[in-house]
Design a protein around this ligand. Structure first.
Ligand code: PLP
Length: 387
């Protein structure tokens, strides 16, 4: 099988699994226990925290809070910041600013806060899915509790210029969160350079296991915990998933040493895919920002087909791709991201996302480029007959 859906999830790298295995077997101590078995888990946990901090350029490992996934990190950032700002300002700060192309974790949180009396603003994007820093600045007010703008979009791959947005928020004393679940491991991410207060990442998008994530919380940024308890310095309760956290640390270490090389390889394969699809598939439109985009992500809208049918047809030929976000594929709803970009519903239906990752080889791209055009032709011909 040619796996081209790394924005949905990634395989665990063997080095990551090797690092994890002792903590699923003989090293089962609770990191809070004082005896040697527990302290071995504690040491491994703190090493993983330091690796995670190092990868994203955090000033201190203490700024990393481990969570169960990227969604939890997002919800913790938004709800935790909103409630804390609201309470500490005596109810003055009751506004959340985010965008119309965020992951469902953020969008559903913003909607929940709206039902609870917060004002929530969903900033628009342009035709390439870019949010304007000026729009963020204009929306800021004395009432803003938090601004959350994703670093890179999971569907079309557009990278946002978060630095100027974060700077303006800092000048106004407002916390700025970025969902970097899709960017960490694919492009350089440095929280100091970006100037963000909060940043989410997820293990299974970067060759670590599913069910582990982290939230970077800049020193001084105050959040209310979602899960109360005396762990993670009172920021998140619950006994930690030591093996998966060790896996996350190992994956972060590999990215630090190999990430740039992989990104260059993906960028070359991405270029070949774009060129091949534009040449061989008529009525195809490249979506997103062609320059400010993830090196691993290619998104096309293909006229006159249903993206879900194309995914099934390609699966039968041995290639795994997607027609949208992993969390919503299966549902027949058109992508909120493509709609926000102003793409017409005819084209939105024919969405095709190809996302590269560790292990992909140029010959797989060539094989995929041979299977795609006949699959599209066949679906278009079938559609013409049924009309
Ligand atoms: N944010 C973005 C941009 C994502 O793409 C995803 C997953 O697809 C998430 C958050 C959620 O991450 P997780 O699957 O770890 O909950």
């Amino acid at each position: 099988m040619i796996y081209l859906d790394h924005n949905a999830t990634t395989p665990i790298r063997p080095e990551v699994l090797d690092a994890m295995l002792p903590f699923l077997q003989e090293q089962y101590g609770n990191p809070s226990s004082v005896y040697a078995l527990g302290q071995a888990s504690r040491r491994a946990l703190e090493e993983a925290r330091a690796e995670t901090a190092r990868l994203i350029g955090a000033a201190s490992p203490d700024e990393i809070v481990f969570t169960s996934c990227g969604s939890e990190s997002d919800v913790f950032a938004v709800m935790g910041a909103a409630y804390e700002a609201f309470e500490s300002s005596g109810g003055v700060k009751n506004q959340i600013i985010t965008t119309s192309i965020e992951h469902e974790a953020i969008i559903s949180c913003a909607r929940l806060l709206k039902r609870r009396g917060f004002e929530t603003l969903f900033l628009p994007v342009d035709g390439q899915a870019a949010v304007s820093a000026g729009a963020v600045e204009e929306a800021l007010s004395e009432r803003t509790a938090l601004v959350s703008v994703m670093h890179a979009n999971n569907e079309v791959g557009t990278i946002q210029a978060v630095e100027p947005m974060a700077r303006r928020c800092r000048e106004r004393g407002v916390l700025f969160h970025t969902d970097a679940v899709q960017s960490v491991g694919k492009i350089p991410v440095n929280v100091e350079k970006m100037g963000v207060s909060l940043l989410s990442l997820s293990g299974h998008k970067l060759n670590a296991p599913k069910g582990v994530g982290a939230l970077y919380v800049r020193r001084g940024a105050r959040l209310q915990p979602l899960i109360t308890g005396n762990y993670e310095k009172f920021r998140r309760g619950g006994t930690l998933n030591v093996a998966s956290i060790v896996g996350l640390g190992a994956a972060c270490r590999l990215i630090r040493t190999e990430g740039e090389r992989h990104a260059q390889e993906w960028a070359r394969m991405r270029e070949r895919l774009v060129e091949g699809i534009l040449a061989e598939v008529p009525d195809s439109h490249l979506s997103g920002d062609p320059v400010n985009c993830l090196p691993n992500t290619v998104h096309f809208c293909l006229e006159g087909i249903d993206g879900h049918n194309l995914v099934v047809a390609l699966d039968m030929k041995g290639a795994a791709v997607s027609s949208g976000a992993a969390c919503s594929s299966g549902a027949a709803e058109p992508s909120h991201v493509l709609k926000a970009m102003g793409i017409s519903s005819d084209w939105v239906r024919g969405a095709l996302r190809i996302s590269l990752g560790w292990g992909n080889q140029p010959q797989e791209i060539e094989a995929f480029l041979k299977m795609l055009p006949p699959a599209v032709d066949k679906l278009r011909a079938a559609n013409r007959i049924s009309r």
